[in-house]
Ligand binder design. Structure first.
Ligand code: HAM
Length: 436
């Protein structure tokens, strides 16, 4: 009896070879964009001590309460967690290596993160973030710069139509006063709350403002909002961010119910949302987190950051169809007959020395079947070495692109081996860019 095939883990995706060119295109643009704003990459482990996230993100958050992949190291009993976000780990590393000791730092990361959520389109259990942190900056100029740089990214990626929502969460004492009044208000309406809201009433009442339950919308709209509790400094900070954005021509909406799902935020928080992704439309979320570095044991240091959801952005890029990514190589080398394989090995290496991307046919097969593989590879040119070519020191070159009768090697042509690399480099340079 055949064994049942093994399967991937639910909510964790394979990115297949046909999709990786789009990911690589995205990643290359993101790396250039971050460099142009002075950000440098930091790579932290996928696994941290669980307490990094419990202390950092906050005990009473969905992530820490129910979404973390945590386990005990069988060998030494340490409590470990697969990162559900980057920020806490990056801050842990910055403290451990004194990164903010002498000067502020602009840092970015990319990689997988893990949350045990219910999978649906745009929501996965392993997903990828581009994470960006500015450590040691009190703002509000850096708050605005982060948003301006995101607006530039949408232009680079040609993704118009993303909407920006902003809020100011004030400082801890302002939130405490708001929270007390909010609990008071919600308690007076306790019978109208759903089970989830009732559970959060005392633990995390701010998250009730974020509820998706249609039956609670009116109640939540009439609840006390943080904006009424902001002191003069918080209000000045928020106004400065807004006027810098207005000066930069960036449109936004203030959403006083935007609280974010992580506990470390203060002052500015923001999200960029697409209307084309269904219920999981937020492609970027972030904000200021001045209390976090001290909370994780560092010296008090202001900071702000955001993360992009890579799957959601790749989904938008795919749907926009604007990105033509060539997946093929330059040359496919075929060989047939005694001694030709060894020559083909040498020729393929010489072409690579000249900077070409080359696939060398592996194994033995008829020329016809090798030609099919060459076509399917996406290569621009086939280089054929048969016994006749072996004998007279040439290779036969043939364009693999149909309908290109004006291109070099539209007809199969013999080329002396010592001219082969140069001829192919010239032919490729002359190829119309939209085909490459
Ligand atoms: P976050 O809002 O939890 O923020 O996640 C950032 C982005 O990751 C979201 O806007 C979304 O695009 C994507 N995302 C979140 N969960 C999923 C999921 N289950 N499947 C697919 N994509 C998802 C943070 O993680 C903060 N650490 C951001 C930050 C950095 N704040 C300050 N610095």
């Amino acid at each position: 009896m055949a064994k049942a095939a093994v399967a991937g883990v639910r909510g964790m995706n394979d990115v297949l070879p046909d999709e990786t060119p789009l990911w690589e295109w995205f990643e290359a643009r993101v790396a250039d964009w971050l460099r142009s704003y002075g950000y440098r990459q930091i790579r932290t482990p996928v696994v941290e001590h669980t307490e990094v996230f419990v202390k950092g993100i906050g005990e009473v958050t969905d992530i820490v309460e129910k979404e973390m992949y945590s386990f005990e190291d069988r060998l030494n009993g340490e409590q470990l967690t697969l990162r559900p976000e980057f920020t806490a780990g990056v801050v842990r590393a910055a403290i451990e290596h004194n990164l903010t000791y002498e000067a502020p730092r602009r840092l970015w990361s990319i990689g997988p993160v893990f949350r045990h959520e219910r999978p649906q389109r745009g929501r996965y259990r392993q997903f990828h973030q581009v994470n960006v942190e500015a450590l040691g900056f009190a703002g509000p100029d850096v708050d605005a710069e982060m948003i301006v740089m995101l607006a530039r990214l949408w232009r680079i990626l040609e993704l118009p139509g993303l909407r920006l929502e902003l809020n100011c969460l004030g400082q801890a004492d302002e939130r405490a006063a708001h929270r007390a009044d909010l609990i008071d208000y919600l308690r007076r309406h306790e019978t109208s709350l759903d089970a989830d809201a009732r559970r959060r009433l005392h633990s995390n009442p701010l998250r009730i403002l974020d509820t998706k339950n249609p039956a609670l919308q009116a109640l939540v709209a009439a609840a006390p909002h943080i904006s009424a509790y902001l002191g003069a400094d918080s209000r000045r900070h928020f106004e400065a961010v807004q006027s810098l954005l207005a000066a930069a021509g960036i449109g936004f909406a203030i959403n006083s119910r935007l609280v974010r799902g992580l506990d470390y935020y203060n002052l500015t928080v923001f999200e960029w949302i697409s209307g084309d992704l269904g219920s999981q439309g937020t492609v970027c979320g972030g904000g200021r987190y001045d209390p976090l570095i001290e909370r994780l044991g560092g010296r008090p240091t202001p900071a702000i950051g955001f993360a992009l959801g890579v799957e959601r952005l790749v989904d938008l890029l795919r749907a926009a169809g604007a990105v033509e990514v060539a997946a093929g190589c330059d040359v496919y080398v075929l060989h047939q007959g005694g001694g030709t394989q060894a020559r083909a090995f040498v020729v393929a290496e010489q072409l690579r020395d000249a900077g070409l991307d080359v696939i060398l046919h592996a194994g033995e097969a008829s020329l016809k079947s090798q030609m099919k593989k060459a076509d399917a590879s996406g290569a621009e040119y086939a280089v054929i070495i048969g016994e006749a070519e072996l004998a007279d020191g040439t290779a036969a070159v043939k364009s693999l692109r149909a309908g290109a009768s004006t291109r070099a090697f539209a007809q199969q042509t013999a080329v002396a081996l010592d001219r082969l690399a140069d001829s192919l480099v010239e032919a490729l340079a002359a190829t119309e860019p939209e085909l490459r």
